[in-house]
Ligand binder design. Structure first.
Ligand SMILES: Cc1cc2nc3c(=O)[nH]c(=O)nc-3n(C[C@H](O)[C@H](O)[C@H](O)COP(=O)(O)OP(=O)(O)OC[C@H]3O[C@@H](n4cnc5c(N)ncnc54)[C@H](O)[C@@H]3O)c2cc1C
Length: 424
């Protein structure tokens, strides 16, 4: 049977794959998008039930389509976000083939392209764009042995409070996922312990503007690289309950017990680092820095936004902050579940190409890899802070598509002699 041939193969039909398809089409690049599940699968089955977008609907979208039927200031639910991408793919007539997994891609010697083995057959592609997502495989740090007598799950597998066995819950990680899940469990009447590491926590709203707007006008979404030393600093934001600033003192006031970084486990006892006060203090500093930058922007531009001095008032320090707990006997505290909100890793195991560094990380410049013909999209900080976010990936996709179009132009060049020969 003849091998199917395509110019550019896009792997993955999440927001990155759909954005890629739009820009490839605009550049006239023949392409195919392969998706092992359904369009925007991560938004359908890789999120908890109540999850809403972190940014308001006017912002967390592609430039060419608004969220219809959703208040632009509201935070779209996860299913609405999935629908949005399915709708978008249909609108741009993206050539998506769902239910096809890419198993292996390797260089085809002599053709300049790649042999791609998929669950639906073999394809020859001149180029491949890996749009398989930054948040693929849940990571649980090896702290508690698997055989330990406690229910453990990752935020990726969390759906709702009813899913967990009765009892208290230790949530490890206070980025957007951990903080939101801790809040939800606490509201559902569970006793919640929250292990808080280094984090940033911008104000949800300040002087009448959402933080996504502030990040935009202050140029922070476009920041090209993480500040040195901030590589392990997560961002804690939430659109839940209409959108509120993530404030750990408030959560503690509502019943959550705060803890420092989770360190170790021994015979039912969990230990925590003595860094809670530092972590809360650096989160506060980040919050206040944003208010200062916003105030300076207002002063500089003269834009008439109302003052909001109360944004600088802090909730009282809870007991768990003034007297940090360093050890917890899980059974004594009635903790029956440890919920790890500890992040994800990527998986490029299917790519047998020379596009990775010694640690297996993509080697690339704004998505153009070190292996000719291999491209990445949707990587954290691919070109800027916004690269993994809905609005940001669209702009990165445009750059990658432009680079592909430029290569195709060179490849399509014919010398006058070749052109004459072509005409014969
Ligand atoms: C909990 C959570 C909440 C988030 N909330 C927001 C938010 O509110 N706003 C925002 O802007 N961003 C948010 N993000 C970040 C980002 O927008 C999402 O992670 C988004 O899903 C990333 O899109 P993507 O297309 O890069 O990857 P994915 O959505 O993960 O899509 C990759 C696709 O590739 C497919 N795939 C993988 N391997 C293969 C293979 N070998 N063959 C074929 N197909 C394959 C997968 O099935 C998947 O559908 C959130 C992330 C998380 C984890």
């Amino acid at each position: 049977m003849a091998m199917e041939k395509i110019d550019t193969l896009v792997v993955g039909a999440g927001q990155a794959g759909i954005a890629m398809s739009e820009h490839l089409s605009s550049n006239g690049v023949p392409h195919l998008v392969l998706e092992k599940n359904r369009i925007a699968e991560a938004w359908r089955t890789g999120r908890w039930d109540s999850l809403v977008a972190n940014g308001p609907a006017w912002h967390d979208r592609f430039p060419n389509l608004e969220f219809t039927g959703t208040d632009p200031e509201a935070f779209a639910g996860k299913d609405r976000v999935a629908e949005y991408f399915a709708e978008y793919a249909e609108r741009i007539k993206a050539p998506v083939r769902t239910g096809v997994e890419v198993l292996k891609a390797e260089r085809l010697n002599g053709s300049g392209g790649f042999r791609v083995d998929t669950s639906g057959g073999v394809i020859e592609a001149q180029r491949i764009v890996a749009a398989t997502g930054a948040f693929q495989h849940p990571v649980i740090p090896p702290v508690v042995p698997e055989g330990a007598d406690i229910n453990q799950l990752h935020s990726f597998h969390y759906r709702n409070p009813e899913q967990l066995p009765k009892g208290a819950v230790l949530v490890v990680g206070a980025g957007s996922s951990g903080a939101q899940i801790a809040d939800e469990l606490n509201r559902a009447g569970r006793k919640v312990y929250l292990s808080v590491g280094p984090h940033d926590r911008p104000p949800r709203m300040y002087r009448g503007r959402d933080f996504v707007w502030w990040l935009g006008v202050l140029g922070l979404w476009d920041q090209a690289a993480q500040e040195p030393g901030k590589e392990h600093v997560t961002i804690s934001v939430s659109g839940a309950y209409g959108g509120r600033t993530m404030d750990f003192r408030r959560l503690a006031g509502e019943g959550v017990t705060l803890l420092g970084l989770t360190e170790s486990y021994d015979k039912g006892t969990m230990t925590f680092a003595g860094d809670l006060q530092d972590n809360i203090a650096s989160g506060d500093a980040d919050y206040l820095k944003m208010l200062d930058l916003a105030d300076a922007y207002v002063a500089r531009t003269g834009i008439g936004l109302p003052e909001e001095p109360q944004a600088r008032e802090a909730y009282p320090d809870p007991d768990s902050l003034t007297h940090p707990i360093r050890e917890l006997d899980l059974e004594k505290e009635g903790i029956t579940t440890i919920l790890w909100a500890t992040g994800f890793r990527q998986d490029f195991g299917w790519m047998k190409v020379n596009a990775f560094d010694a640690q297996g990380r993509p080697q690339h410049q704004r998505g153009v890899s070190s292996e000719p013909g291999i491209y990445f999209l949707g990587l954290p900080w691919q070109s800027r802070r916004g690269s993994t976010f809905i609005w940001g990936v669209w702009h990165d996709a445009r750059h990658v598509a432009d680079q592909i179009a430029i290569q195709r132009q060179y490849e399509g060049y014919r010398s006058p002699g070749e052109r004459r020969a072509d005409q014969v």
